[in-house]
Every structure is written in C-alpha cells, then in structure tokens.
Design a protein. Structure first.
Length: 185
C-alpha cells in the first residue's frame, strides 16, 4: 500500500516545471509568463533561448540575405522559412502554458509530473528537430530559388514536411497534458 507522500512527494512539481522548461527551451518562445507560477518565474529569469526556432530563423535568414544580393525581388517570397520557424516556437509556448497552469503544490503526484515532463520533452525535442530541418531546407531552398525559381514549390513542400515534425510533438504533448491523472488520495 502506498502512502500519500510516496505518490505526491514534495519534489514532484519540479518534474512538471522541467516539462515546461523543455517545451520552451527546445522549441518555444519565452513570453511574458512571469505571473503563472513561482517555479516558472525562476525558469523565465534564466533567459533560455528557443533553440529549434532560433536555429531555423538564423539559418533561413542567412540564406535570404545571400539571395537578396542577387535577386532582391524574391525577398518577400523567401520569408516563408522564417515564418515557419516561428510557428514551431508557438508549439512549445502553448504546451509550456498548459503545463505551467497545472503545476501546483497540493495534490500534485509523480504520475502527473512525469506526464508533464514527457509532454515538454515531446514538443521540445520534436520542435528542435523541426527547427533544424526548416533552417537547413530554408537556407538551401532560398538560395536555390534565387538561381532557379521553379524550385520554390519543391522548397515549400519540403518545409511543410519539416514543420509537421514539430506538429507531431505538439499532438503527443497535448494528449499527455490532457490525460486524466490520479490524485494523491
């Protein structure tokens, strides 16, 4: 027979906070979330960077800059990879807000904490992979489109497939955060 302290130890909110951190660090944006929980306040103060979205934005931005020298008329058409990298960041932000709103010090068990940690890692790591894919494809696609405009449709299709990688992680994370968790009773 397990006791309340075995099901709901004092450290279980830590794992939920780590789930929110993973969602934000690996894929999402840090927004003005300093009012959600004390644990999340500490996380936001460290100023973590959204690795996947940042890499995708930077890599695609370099490609746009190089392409703009040769074909300035394609600049607005080539912004799509940067926008798609930003969308990946929103996936992490959504899951981080969902997790942070569920973190509490009362009736918060290890089961719920580990589910939220898994949800954060799911959206975070898939967002990291999607961000890298969008960045690499965006950079090469924009540079290639400057030389051969017919490559544009192919670049967009590959970018959509790269974006779906992050969407898979979001779907799994949403399923995990909405799962019915047993309490400490």
């Amino acid at each position: 027979m397990s006791t309340v302290t075995e099901k709901c130890p004092a450290y279980s909110p830590f794992f939920g906070a780590m789930g929110a951190t993973a969602a934000v660090v690996f894929s999402g944006k840090l927004a003005n979330l300093l009012t959600i929980t004390v644990a999340f306040k500490l996380i936001c103060l460290f100023g973590f960077v959204a690795l996947g979205a940042a890499y995708g934005t930077a890599k695609s931005g370099c490609g746009i800059s190089a392409m703009a020298v040769m074909r300035p008329e394609f600049i607005m058409k080539s912004v799509i990879p940067v926008v798609m990298a930003g969308i990946i960041a929103i996936y992490g932000l959504v899951v981080a807000v969902l997790i942070a709103n569920n973190i509490s010090t009362e009736n918060y068990g290890l089961y719920k904490a580990f589910l939220q940690l898994g949800a954060g890692l799911s959206v975070g790591l898939s967002g990291l992979a999607a961000g890298f894919a969008v960045g690499i494809v965006g950079d090469a696609g924009v540079r290639g489109t400057a030389q051969q405009p017919r490559l544009y449709v192919g670049m967009i299709l590959i970018l959509i497939f790269a974006e779906v990688l992050g969407l898979y992680g979001l779907i799994v994370a949403l399923i995990m955060t909405t799962k019915n968790q047993p309490g400490c009773d």
